[in-house]
Design a protein around this ligand. Structure first.
Ligand code: NAD
Ligand code: 89V
Length: 343
């Protein structure tokens, strides 16, 4: 099978991870890059040896010569770039947050469906090694039917130095980070029927909320809590670990800080290390996220070559984006939100 050729749009902070990961993906490579900032284009082009460089996505699409596009820009440009990919019948990966609004996201999904091109959202957290390990244990039946869960990301890490735009938006932690945690909750316990949320802003130097507590009623009857914070001053900084607690009819799972996985079942307790690999190009503490970038991009290349819907397809991601939108609505109104009515 011929190697798939990709083009990447957006050569910023996170795209460096995506470019490194593409070098490790079997069956795909990047042949063209685009950024409207000439300095970012130069830096990434030189670092990864990419000759075809564009300041404008429309020109790059017009030139063609690639099988898929990887959109690594911030959310404001996602709708226009995904629509452009669909109009050129080019399969697309789009970074999270998928779109500014759920109605934009729905239009992007239907545009790609009408064009007959695959669309995947780069929602990589469910691809982290420790999260996959929890899912595997749950699916083995070791704790029976899960009836309660907690998905927790509490940190005081300075994310604003690498991503200054995070301090500037009206919305912050749910849209940027909680989106991952909500997706993990869906991945582990299934789709959500209704949601209630409360938010706070603790850091006076930012515009949006930096703490959120969200109660989820899953369609299968399980209840879970998603709690996220960038205002937690802890003695041992856990960034960027998602901690998980699950209680089932036959036992429990605890994924705790340091990637310690404890499974308590009818046959006793088993403790294992669910640490991610430190890839050669990765650095701590980001290695957990960096490894998941390679996993999701390999998954895309495999599905594009072999067929089948990706785990975080555009259609799947509508159900995660609805939870983000619902969380803001619930925090503003103080009321529970019916998710089915939004989809
Ligand atoms: P960034 O601002 O550092 O980089 C974005 C780049 O895109 C910039 O270089 C900008 O010039 C370029 N750009 C924007 N619009 C463009 C357009 N229309 N055409 C060409 N170039 C354009 O942002 P970032 O921190 O790299 O984040 C990018 C995206 O990645 C965001 O959506 C963010 O939420 C997401 N992100 C995801 C993860 C993850 O783990 N999945 C982690 C960090 C960031
Ligand atoms: O994963 C992300 O989307 C990042 C961070 C981990 C910093 O929140 O923006």
């Amino acid at each position: 099978m011929a190697e798939l050729k990709g083009a990447l749009i957006g050569c910023g902070f996170f795209a460096i991870n995506q470019m490194h990961a593409w070098q490790d993906v079997n069956g795909a490579r990047i042949v063209a890059i685009c950024d409207r900032d000439p300095e970012r284009l130069r830096l990434v082009g030189d670092r990864f040896g990419i000759e075809r460089r564009y300041a404008d996505a429309a020109t790059m699409f017009a030139d063609g010569g690639f099988d898929f596009v990887d959109i690594a820009t911030t959310v404001a440009s996602h709708r226009a770039l995904v629509d452009m990919a669909a109009s050129h019948r080019i399969p697309a990966i789009c970074q999270k947050p998928f779109a500014k609004t759920l109605s934009d996201a729905k239009a992007m999904v239907s545009g790609c469906a009408q064009a007959g091109v695959p669309l995947m959202v780069h929602e990589n957290f469910r691809w982290q090694t420790p999260i996959q390990a929890v899912k595997t244990v749950l699916q083995s039946g070791a704790i029976g039917e899960p009836f309660w869960g907690r998905f927790s990301f509490r940190s005081g890490f300075d994310v604003f130095s690498g991503q200054p735009y995070l301090a500037e938006g009206e919305r912050f932690i749910i849209e940027d980070l909680g989106i991952h945690t909500l997706d993990i909750a869906r991945f582990i316990l299934g789709d959500v029927a209704s949601l209630t949320a409360r938010t706070k802003r603790i850091n006076p130097k930012i515009k949006g909320e930096d703490v959120a507590t969200i109660l989820l009623d899953h369609e299968n009857g399980a209840t879970s809590i998603v709690d996220v914070s960038y205002a937690s001053k802890l003695s041992k900084e856990p960034f960027p670990e998602t901690l998980i607690e699950l209680d089932g009819t036959k036992g429990s799972i605890r994924l705790s800080q340091g990637y310690r996985l404890e499974v308590n079942g009818p046959d006793g307790v088993a403790v294992s290390d669910a640490s991610p690999q430190l890839l050669p190009w990765a650095s701590r503490p980001w290695h957990n996220i960096q490894e998941s970038v390679l996993s999701i991009q390999q998954h895309w290349a495999d599905r594009l070559a072999g067929g089948g819907e990706t785990s975080t397809s555009g259609a799947d991601n509508l159900k995660t984006l609805a939870l983000v939108e619902a969380a803001y609505q619930s925090a503003a109104s103080g009321r529970p939100i019916d998710i089915g009515a939004m989809l």
